[in-house]
Design a protein around this ligand. Sequence first.
Ligand code: ZN
Length: 121
Amino acid sequence: MKKKDFLIAGAVLLLAGVLTLVLRLSGGDPGGAVQVKIDGKVVGTYALVEEQAVPFDTDYGHNLLVIRDGKAHMEEADCPDHYCMEQGEIEKTGETLVCLPHKLVVEVVSGESSDVDVVAK
Ligand SMILES: [Zn+2]
């Protein structure tokens, strides 16, 4: 191998390493928590590592959010369309569960633990 080829190979490896690091930092990885908003207001953030069932009872209706195995899904809802329950499980940063009739949005947010406030009701 010539010296020039060696330098190019080194540069490619370095670039690959940097890219990997950037991809890791910029999401696409499993999220750390879900943030719940009702009518545009954040009502709580819940860590995905903790198994929990969180009921939301508002003027709009009832929802039961369940977190299990690092994923969140809507276990119960008394909305007319049940669309939120059909959306399945979310686990990656940016994924959402939406219950339109109840103005409820669950979004996976990245998991810096300092951002995670577990709100007990
Ligand atoms: Zn719903």
